[in-house]
Unconditional design. Structure first.
Lengths: 236, 559
């Protein structure tokens, strides 16, 4: 039994696929997500082995979503979509399979065979390595997409990860590791990332600590461990 | 006194000759031509002729020692019209003629004086060059010649040998010449101006007639160039110009004929006239005026036509055909000239160009529209089928209902190939689409419709609403994570019918690339059918709402 997650913004296709997966007897369905933010949370929480992923979704597309998943929880990916124009890209970049809606049970059986032949993904699939330029954040009713260039800092707190821009503070499902690796943000503290372009001032404290002030006046601590690298990158 | 009357008689003969010259085809009343070398030579010859004639028509006095003459008219006018050099040359030539051909004691002083008068006219020309409307007046001609003649008398008085005879000569010739020459010059100028005005009038009348033709053919040419249009075109041109006959051809055969000779110049016949072939080959107006060159009908010897203008109709330099204006042999004054022909040709050709451009734009629009639908519908279909498959398991009756909507939508898509639909039809088409989208997105999609019932029968271009609503769903609501509301409203506002399609995602600014294509096409079609004041506009408050407004005339599209 493979642990599977279905990600699709529409209810009926999710239900239909869930039913088809159950009929194969090969999957344990660990959840259904209807947008990128939910999907990221579910992947981290449930650690599915395979995700059935719609490509066209509001706010965060299937491709976007994959680039935001942490390496250590990256599942196998089967794309499920009504659009065939993405197929080439998906196969070029090492997806397990690509299902076209509406999905037939016979076609799904072949997907099961492929999944069985593959072991767990050894490396991060190429399609999931695209740089992140916009970070999905939970808005009131929509997914707020914050441009990386607008971000001043990212902080990790007990209640989650927050990106801070000149406009405000937004919670996100992305981890500091992913943001550091693929959004080009600078690690300055165990719990903080800073956008080097948004740094207004660095004040060196006593000892080997420092504090960064961003252009909107937010303070970001720089820890001893990261100070030398920050200094190096900023040329001071 | 007798001398004065004789001189005026001579002058009258002169004026008659000049008048006849002005009426002849040899006369070119083109001011624009005068400054050019060819025009200068022409002026020189004409006015030298006038001045020399003044010598011969003069009245010898004192046993031929002197001649009371009107030579000064030619020299002064030449100076006035052509400048100092021309005045000088004409004066000198006429003076030389006076000395060599007709001798006498006053010959040499007279020659010098005439040369100076030509020069004087030229100086006045230079002084008034910037104000030609004052230069070309009778008053200036009179005054210049008057002053010139006084100088003339002074020179004769002092230069005539033996000294003393000069006084005798001046006593006899001064009064008649000082009076007659200025009057003559003024009259010449009057004739010249009159002729110039007449020429302008004829040109203006030709342009006006060409414009009148163009005005009446405006709608006609929009239907494209073919036998039907050619027939109406021939009739319009004939009626507006009053010529004997009008033919319209394409590049090979006669398409239509109106007027004389219709019995043998039947539509469908091949092009016979070398003028037409020449016009088509060279993309130029050809004119046979019936005097220098005649049109000889190759079909029938009985043909009454003997003059023709062939005007090519062209688009981008490629000749499509010709319009031909004919006059019969017995018509003394032609109702046509080259200006008219060129005017008609240019105007009709530009109408053809506009028509061609419109056609291509239409084609492009239609092709784009087809493309947009070809791209959108398959995805819509697959998504719809996926939804219906799922619904089939839980609620077969609902699934049947959805299949009904789906087939309804596609049937309407197919059927609606016509250009226009009523608002009711548009809304029905859209409602099938929306039913399926509502099934897909469930609670996430709410649609509110508020339509002024009096607008339901209004006609608008087919597929106006569907692409706009599809945009709202695709980019607005389906891109929103939570519930989205779409509002479709139609009402009257400020004398226009306004249809608004609103979504509360406010994501319009984030759309880019080709997504606006559907909207652009809708906008262009409306503008094309109804004018630039109508069409589609978008207002967007980011994250709050996107409102697409379609403005149409209340009565919709009239057909």
């Amino acid at each position: 039994m493979m642990r599977a997650l279905i990600v699709d913004d529409e209810l009926h296709p999710r239900e239909e696929l869930a039913l088809l997966l159950a009929q194969t007897g090969e999957f344990e369905l660990v959840g259904q997500a209807e947008n990128g933010v939910e999907a990221l949370a579910a992947i981290r929480r449930e650690r599915p082995e395979v995700v059935f992923l719609d490509i066209r979704m509001p706010g965060v597309s299937g491709f976007d979503l994959l680039s935001m998943v942490d390496d250590d929880v990256m599942p196998q990916v089967v794309f499920v979509t009504a659009h065939d124009e993405f197929a080439l890209r998906a196969f070029d970049e090492d997806a397990v399979d690509y299902l076209l809606k509406p999905v037939s049970p016979e076609r799904l059986a072949r997907t099961v065979e492929r999944l069985k032949q593959r072991s767990a993904p050894s490396a991060r699939p190429a399609f999931a390595s695209a740089p992140i330029t916009r970070i999905p954040c939970a808005g009131k009713r929509t997914i707020k997409l914050v441009n990386v260039s607008d971000i001043e800092l990212v902080k990790s707190t007990l209640s989650g990860v927050y990106v801070v821009s000149g406009q405000g503070e937004y919670g996100t499902e992305l981890t500091l590791q992913v943001l550091e690796a693929r959004a080009g943000l600078l690690r300055c503290h165990k719990q903080y990332l800073v956008n080097a372009a948004a740094i207004d001032e660095v004040s060196l404290g006593d000892g080997s600590n420092a504090t960064i002030r961003t252009r909107s006046g937010h303070s970001v601590p720089v820890s001893r461990r990261h100070l030398s690298r920050v200094r190096e990158l900023l040329g001071i | 006194m007798r001398l004065l009357i004789q001189l005026i008689e001579a002058l009258s003969v002169f004026l008659v000759i000049f008048y006849l010259y002005c009426r002849s085809p040899a006369f070119r009343p083109l001011k624009a031509e005068w400054p050019r070398p060819r025009g200068k030579v022409r002026l020189y010859l004409v006015f030298t002729g006038i001045a020399v004639l003044g010598n011969y028509l003069g009245i010898p006095v004192l046993e031929g020692e002197a001649i009371v003459n009107t030579r000064a008219v030619g020299a002064t006018l030449a100076g006035l019209l052509g400048g100092p050099l021309l005045g000088f040359l004409v004066g000198a030539t006429a003076g030389l003629h006076r000395v060599t051909a007709l001798s006498g004691a006053a010959a040499f002083p007279g020659a010098v004086a005439t040369t100076l008068e030509g020069l004087l006219g030229g100086l006045v020309h230079v002084a008034l060059r910037r104000r030609p409307e004052r230069l070309m007046t009778r008053r200036v001609a009179f005054a210049t010649t008057f002053v010139g003649e006084i100088v003339h008398m002074a020179i004769v008085y002092f230069l005539t040998r033996p000294f003393g005879q000069g006084a005798e000569v001046v006593r006899i010739i001064a009064v008649p010449m000082i009076l007659a020459n200025p009057v003559g010059a003024a009259l010449f100028m009057a004739v010249l101006n009159e002729r110039q005005r007449e020429h302008d009038r004829v040109a203006a009348a030709s342009s006006a007639r060409a414009l009148k033709v163009a005005e009446r053919t405006l709608g006609l040419m929009a239907r494209g160039f073919g036998p039907e249009v050619a027939k109406e075109l021939a009739a319009i041109v004939k009626e507006e110009t009053g010529v004997g006959a009008v033919g319209v051809t394409d590049t090979e055969r006669v398409l239509a004929w109106a007027g004389l000779g219709g019995d043998h110049h039947a539509p469908g016949g091949p092009i016979m006239s070398p003028f037409t072939r020449q016009s088509i080959a060279g993309n130029a107006v050809t004119f046979a005026d019936g005097v220098h060159q005649s049109y000889d009908c190759r079909i029938s010897p009985e043909c009454p036509l003997n003059s023709v203008i062939v005007v090519p109709l062209q688009i981008d330099g490629a000749v499509l055909g010709t319009v031909q204006l004919f006059e019969p042999r017995d018509r003394r004054f032609l109702n046509m000239n080259r200006t008219l022909g060129e005017g008609i040709g240019a105007l009709l050709s530009s109408q053809l160009l506009v028509t061609r451009y419109q056609e291509q734009k239409n084609l492009l629009l239609r092709a784009e529209l087809k493309l947009v639908h070809a791209q959108v519908n398959p995805h819509f279909l697959f998504n719809a089928l996926t939804t219906i498959m799922a619904v089939t398991r839980q609620d077969p009756a609902r699934a049947r209902e959805l299949l009904g909507h789906l087939s309804n939508f596609f049937r309407k898509n197919l059927k609606r190939s016509g250009e226009l639909s009523t608002l009711r039809e548009e809304l029905e088409h859209v409602s099938s689409y929306l039913e399926i989208e509502k099934a897909r997105f469930q609670h996430r999609l709410v649609v509110e419709t508020d339509v002024d019932a009096s607008l339901l029968e209004m006609r608008l271009p087919t597929f106006t609403l569907q692409p706009l609503i599809e945009n709202a769903i695709k980019h607005g609501l389906s891109a929103a994570v939570g519930t989205g509301t779409a509002r479709i409203r139609a009402h009257r506002r400020e004398g226009a019918a306004v249809i608004e399609i609103e979504d509360d995602a406010g994501a319009y600014t984030e759309r880019g690339g080709g997504d606006g294509l559907g909207m652009k096409i809708v906008d262009q079609r409306i503008k094309q059918l109804l004018g630039p004041e109508y069409g589609v506009s978008v207002a967007c408050v980011p994250d709050e709402l996107t409102r697409v407004t379609v403005r149409l005339p209340i009565e919709g599209v009239r057909r």
